[in-house]
Design a protein around this ligand. Structure first.
Ligand code: HEC
Ligand SMILES: [Cu+2]
Length: 376
């Protein structure tokens, strides 16, 4: 009876773990489905180290079982005394050199790749200045949101990082308040964003992988940074080069705050200019604000990095940000009526810069249609 209960428990556990593990391997967020050069290399390193560990564990289990089975008292008798091999030269050499060899096999590619992946010389031109030919993004991590500044383009955006595919994207990382960590699981990382000093590296986003994951990858803060750390997410839109250029051009074209189109939105704009603009810019220039840049807020897929992007959620967020992200820095900084908040929300939903071509929404439909066709 007891045995049957035990096996039911084990089967339950295995089913649960299998269901849990089936969440792994999603294109847009899994290290196990690398989406570019760096992710691929890091994946190889993982496979190599797991292979070496397995080799050690399996060999030890085999040797151990062998020893247990061979040296049973019933077999060798009561008075058997094993040979004393302490200090035996041959054995000592064997069991010292095998681990050293394994460590060397692990160390050579690891050290090589650490230096290769940290090689950001391409970011500089010959005079030690910033290389204007490259895609460079200055990332500032804040409790609990992300700012992305493109120094070569003089464009700033928040929460959603837009990158070109099939080329290096260089990152300079820093923390705006405490230490965070920048991680795009499918593409590579993680690298700390420190308050003192800048960490740099680069990532590559393959166009094919981007297309497979509907051009959207997930990014995360990977360093416990406060009560809402788990909600400190961002999105990466990986666009083909022309569409990325178009997005940049659209962003650069916004020099003045957009004019509201309805009366409500116009009133909302005025309320925004009185209560919110001190922390939020609505043109894509000027890094280092207290709150996220909202110039392209209407184009985003999420609110505050994790809420579904619709007006209802936006109103709820403005009413009580604390209930969504405890400890965030927008809480209790203004006092507005429900009616005023509705107007502000309708104004914010209008803040769009994409004129279609950089629009991920339209791209997103494509791969699904394709896969349907492929199924026929
Ligand atoms: C004291 C500065 C401050 C003020 C004032 C402020 N905010 Fe914020 N706001 C923030 C910060 C900081 C965040 C990021 C919160 C987080 O995600 O942790 C934020 C986030 C947001 C977001 C989500 C942004 C995104 O990228 O998804 C919206 C929308 C927003 N604020 C709207 C407003 C509106 C509307 C007002 C005025 C009624 C306002 N804020 C006033 C600091 C401020
Ligand atoms: Cu963080």
């Amino acid at each position: 009876m007891k045995n049957r209960w035990m096996s039911a428990k084990w089967i339950g556990l295995i089913v649960f773990l299998a269901a849990f593990a089936s969440g792994c391997g999603k294109n847009h967020l899994s290290t196990l489905r690398p989406a570019g050069e760096i992710g691929q290399e890091q994946f190889y390193l993982m496979v190599l180290s797991i292979a070496i560990m397995l080799l050690v564990v399996v060999s030890v289990i085999i040797l151990f079982s062998f020893a247990v089975l061979k040296s049973r008292r019933s077999k060798l008798g009561e008075d058997y005394k094993p040979k004393d091999v302490a200090g035996n030269h041959v054995y000592e050499v064997i069991w010292t050199s095998i681990p050293i060899l394994l460590i060397i096999i692990l160390a050579v590619p690891t050290v090589y790749l650490v230096f290769k992946q940290g090689d950001v010389r391409g970011m500089e031109n010959e005079d030690g200045g910033i290389n204007t030919e490259e895609t460079i993004v200055n990332v500032t991590a804040n409790q609990y949101w992300w700012e992305f500044e493109y120094p070569n383009e003089e464009v700033v955006t928040s929460q959603e990082l837009v990158v070109p595919t099939d080329r290096r994207v260089y990152f300079n990382l820093k923390g705006g308040d405490v230490k965070h960590s920048f991680w795009v699981p499918a593409a590579g990382g993680k690298l700390d964003t420190n308050v003192d000093g800048i960490n740099s590296f680069y990532l590559v986003f393959d166009d094919d992988s981007a297309e497979e994951s509907n051009r959207l990858f997930y990014g995360k803060c990977a360093e416990l940074c406060g009560p809402s750390h788990a909600l400190m997410d961002f999105k990466v839109k990986a666009l083909p080069e022309e569409e990325y250029d178009q997005w940049l051009a659209d962003m650069k074209a916004v020099e003045e705050p957009a004019q509201a189109s309805t009366d409500d939105a116009a009133e909302g704009q005025e309320i925004f200019n009185n209560s919110c603009i001190g922390c939020h810019a609505v043109t894509p220039q000027g890094a280092g604000a207290v709150g996220p840049n909202l110039a392209n807020f209407g184009d985003r897929d999420l609110i505050a990095g994790f809420l579904e992007h619709n007006e209802e959620n936006l109103v709820d967020w403005i009413k009580d940000p604390e209930s969504f992200k405890p400890g965030n820095k927008m809480t209790d900084q203004y006092d507005l009526s429900d009616e005023e908040i509705d107007k502000v929300a309708s104004y914010l939903m209008e803040l769009k810069v994409e004129e279609g071509s950089g629009d991920v929404e339209s791209l997103r439909e494509k791969p699904e249609e394709d896969s349907e066709e492929g199924g026929n």
